[in-house]
Design a protein around this ligand. Structure first.
Ligand code: FAD
Ligand code: FES
Length: 289
């Protein structure tokens, strides 16, 4: 699919949780082609501060309105500058990029959406599409497992609740939902309700993704995970976003997949999770400035 360079106009900016903002951008070309799970590279401002574009997932894709929404957490200079922008500001975008989630024509059982912290960003549009597809068909039930360190980091129930979506909250400190992490929450729901998901989609911190991938692989459940990496280009030119993957031609060696062009959505079986965990490979391989 072609990627586009477009100057977007900031339509709305709103603080929605601790250090977390929602930005609505008028960007008709990108909005017309984006799919859930894809991302775009955003030029925070002209000049070289910061020099590189920053990657953000599509939180909502409003094709008819010609707009896309991102949800972002302030973690450094680029996102801090973004949080200071006012409606009317212009931002350079390149997108849509990456592969996006694979959506089945119909569901054959329960679906688990798993979001850790800001990992809710791409899950929101995915949930909307899955619920739309399930409307009127028997399908499977759709569960959202949404956790963070504390309630202040979570979006409010009014923002994530949708008819048909069963939400299971968890926080490390017990300030909302189950006290514990999202994997513990999944284990509890699976045991109490005696359900087995047909499919799992996840996005969140790397430690959560590793545990979720291994949880799904051990049970033979199909899982698609949205991974992150520091990205300099976003479309395969710098080779800085590599992750180790099993090599089907030679099991004694690894091959490398690139988060920007092979992902950011990866089936659980396509990544060397144990290696990432054991070596504590942090996604940042190419340092953004
Ligand atoms: C495909 C993709 C989609 C993304 N979608 C979203 C999204 O929807 N919402 C959102 O808030 N963020 C998202 N991110 C992460 C986002 O791009 C970074 O938080 C942002 O680039 C940080 O820019 P900064 O200038 O504020 O921070 P910097 O000054 O560049 O970095 C500040 C700190 O954050 C760390 N950091 C920066 N980027 C990442 C990263 N990608 N992974 C782990 N640590 C990082 C740095 O190592 C550093 O410690 C996504 C990343 C990728 C690769
Ligand atoms: S970010 Fe440059 S190759 Fe992936």
């Amino acid at each position: 699919m072609a990627k586009h360079q477009e100057t977007a106009r900031l339509m709305e900016q709103e603080a929605v949780a601790h250090q977390t903002y929602r930005m609505l951008l008028h960007s008709p070309t990108i909005a017309g082609e984006a799919r859930p799970g894809q991302f775009m590279m955003l030029q925070v401002r002209d000049g070289n501060d910061p020099l590189l574009r920053r990657p953000f997932s599509f939180h909502r894709i409003l094709s008819e309105a010609g707009a896309v929404e991102i949800l972002y957490r302030v973690v450094g200079r680029g996102t801090w500058l973004m949080s200071r922008m006012e409606p009317g500001a212009a931002l350079g975008l390149i997108g849509p990029l990456g592969n996006g989630f694979d959506l089945p024509a119909s569901e054959d059982g329960p679906v688990f959406l798993v979001a850790g912290g800001i990992g809710i960003a791409p899950i929101e549009e995915l949930a909307a599409r899955l619920l739309e597809a399930a409307d009127g068909s028997p399908g499977g039930s759709i569960h959202l497992f949404y956790g963070a360190r504390t309630a202040a980091e979570l979006l409010g129930a009014n923002r994530v609740s949708r008819p048909g979506l069963r939400i299971h909250w968890s926080t490390d400190d017990g300030s909302r939902g189950l006290r514990g992490n999202v994997i513990q929450c999944i284990e509890r729901v699976v045991a109490e309700d005696d359900i087995r998901p047909a499919r799992v989609y996840g996005c969140g911190p790397l430690a959560m993704q590793v545990r979720l991938a291994l949880w799904a692989l051990r049970r033979g459940v199909e899982a698609q995970l949205s991974l992150e990496s520091l990205m300099a280009c976003g479309f395969g030119a710098c080779l800085g976003c590599a992750l180790p993957a099993p090599n089907p031609d030679d099991p004694t060696s690894d091959r490398y997949l690139h988060v920007c062009k092979d992902g950011p959505i990866f089936p659980a079986g396509s990544i060397q999770w144990e290696k990432i965990r054991q070596q504590q490979i942090a996604p940042p391989i190419f340092r953004c400035i």
